[in-house]
Design a protein around this ligand. Structure first.
Ligand code: G
Ligand code: G
Ligand code: MN
Length: 432
């Protein structure tokens, strides 16, 4: 029953365990009467993975299976386990869930990672996935029972065309409302804060911008991944509340504390869903006024994929923002699938090169070429270009040579809370 996919082939640490191991772990959790959190068992059914060899050669299909498992493994928390007992099935054990809502958030998050197609050479492979989620009670069930129920639910989800189906051991169907409540409470109780990451101009070596990144500080579950929070907020209709909270906090802290350092702009991430709201520009302008800031001190980052859905409404919103004087950046540039024609239709000021290319550019000539191509493209359109995820001096030096305008990454600073950032900025201002 153990995995025969060779998925740990080119990784430093194994990403999946065997089916026997995961069943043993589930059993262990069930036996521990006083285990601290709830146990969730998720089965993901995949379409098409057994056809990989007919589209791709063996090495490429192995690589996609590896990438797929890696994507899922990257979203797991410590203590979670993943197993790939067959080509079309994935089992995940989620022990220590703080609440049922967390199980929904984890499931959505894991399924979301599979929505993005896999690229192998010139071939793009999309995988469809369905989930079955079971929350264990503390009675009767064995590990096999739980996996079987989860598998049944996943099959049912596939049959009825739902993304996933869930049930708790008491067979009461869980409501998505609980996840929404969880987020709502987080917003109301101020569990959401923001961190700032400096963007440094390569010519002057000065901090010219700050990217605003959400952070979840709920003491029982600190460090909940921002991706999870954002996906849950999008799915449960709370992305507007969350965005206002982030924008308001960032503008307040920028106007009261951070603008003293001569930083030109803060950059706020805007989810694609927000662009469908034609009241967004006016509301953002009001907020900017409230904190006595000018629109040119605020930029918004949108991903390429945000421009694919509801193109006309999204473009109208972005035009309205830019007409008001706000700045606009395309985030994660290079990973989208849209045509570049939007660059001539959109008043963009800046491209941000996705960190997947930047992180590998000193070791992979292909990634380096992509980075250079984006820099040249940006300059051709008279746009600023920022490299994200710059972690070391070698990469920094290469980017200087490649005429990149700005960099953002751990080489300068991780995202920091406002007070810590102010201390860091003071330090930078000191003469060497
Ligand atoms: O902050 P990293 O630290 O892990 O952020 C993870 C992802 O979450 C990034 O892709 C980032 O763009 C996104 N993100 C962070 N903060 C926000 C936010 O306030 N709104 C939106 N829509 N996305 C955000
Ligand atoms: O997708 P977006 O570009 O908005 O999100 C930026 C994300 O990149 C955040 O999660 C931030 O924490 C992360 N990040 C910023 N700098 C670095 C870096 O140098 N290395 C890595 N691995 N991640 C980084
Ligand atoms: Mn961003």
């Amino acid at each position: 029953m153990s995995s025969s996919l060779g998925i740990s082939c080119n990784s430093e640490r194994p990403v999946a365990c065997s089916a026997v191991e995961i069943l043993a772990r589930i059993e262990e959790c069930l036996e521990m009467h006083a285990f601290s959190g709830q146990l969730g068992v998720l089965v993901i059914l995949l379409s098409r993975t057994d056809h990989f060899e007919s589209i791709l050669n063996l090495a490429s299909s192995e690589q996609i299976r590896f990438d797929l498992t890696r994507r899922l493994a990257d979203r797991l928390r410590d203590g979670d386990l993943l197993s790939v007992p067959s080509g079309n099935e994935i089992w995940v054990a989620l022990p220590n869930l703080e609440s049922e809502a967390m199980a929904h958030i984890a499931t959505t998050n894991l399924l979301d990672t599979l929505d993005v197609p896999f690229i192998q050479g010139k071939t793009m492979v999309s995988v469809q996935a369905w989930g079955g989620l079971v929350l264990a009670g503390r009675q009767e069930a064995t590990s096999i029972d739980l996996v079987k129920s989860a598998l049944n639910l996943a099959e049912k989800a596939r049959g009825v065309g739902r993304r996933y189906l869930a049930t708790s051991a008491g067979s009461q169907t869980l409501s998505e409302n609980q996840a929404a409540q969880f987020l709502k409470k987080g917003l109301a109780d101020n569990f959401l804060s923001v961190a700032y990451q400096p963007q440094v101009d390569l010519a002057s070596k000065k901090v010219v911008g700050l990217e605003v990144l959400i952070r979840w500080n709920n003491p029982p579950h600190p460090g909940l991944s921002p991706d999870v929070v954002i996906h849950a907020a999008e799915r449960f209709g709370m992305i507007e509340d969350l965005t206002w909270h982030v924008a308001n906090t960032a503008m307040r802290e920028y106007s009261t504390l951070l603008s003293a350092f001569g930083i030109r702009k803060i950059w706020i991430n805007i989810s694609a869903l927000m662009l469908r709201n034609n009241k967004l520009p006016a509301k953002l302008l009001q907020l900017t006024d409230l904190w006595s800031l000018k629109p040119e001190q605020i930029g918004f980052e949108v991903t390429e994929s945000a421009l694919i859905t509801d193109v006309e409404q999204s473009l109208a919103t972005l035009h309205a923002l830019v007409d008001m004087g706000f700045y606009l950046a395309i985030d994660d540039f290079g990973t989208g699938y849209s045509s570049l024609s939007y660059l001539s239709r959109l008043p963009v000021h800046e491209l941000k090169i996705d960190k997947v290319f930047v992180q590998k550019m000193t070791t992979s000539p292909a990634d380096r070429q992509i980075v250079q191509a984006v820099i040249d493209l940006a300059h051709h359109f008279k746009l600023m270009v920022v490299a994200e995820g710059v972690e070391d001096l070698d990469t920094l030096e290469s980017l200087c040579g490649m005429k990149c305008d700005q960099v953002q990454g751990y080489v300068y600073s991780r995202p920091l809370a406002s007070q810590a950032l102010a201390a860091w900025l003071r330090q930078q201002d000191k003469p060497a």
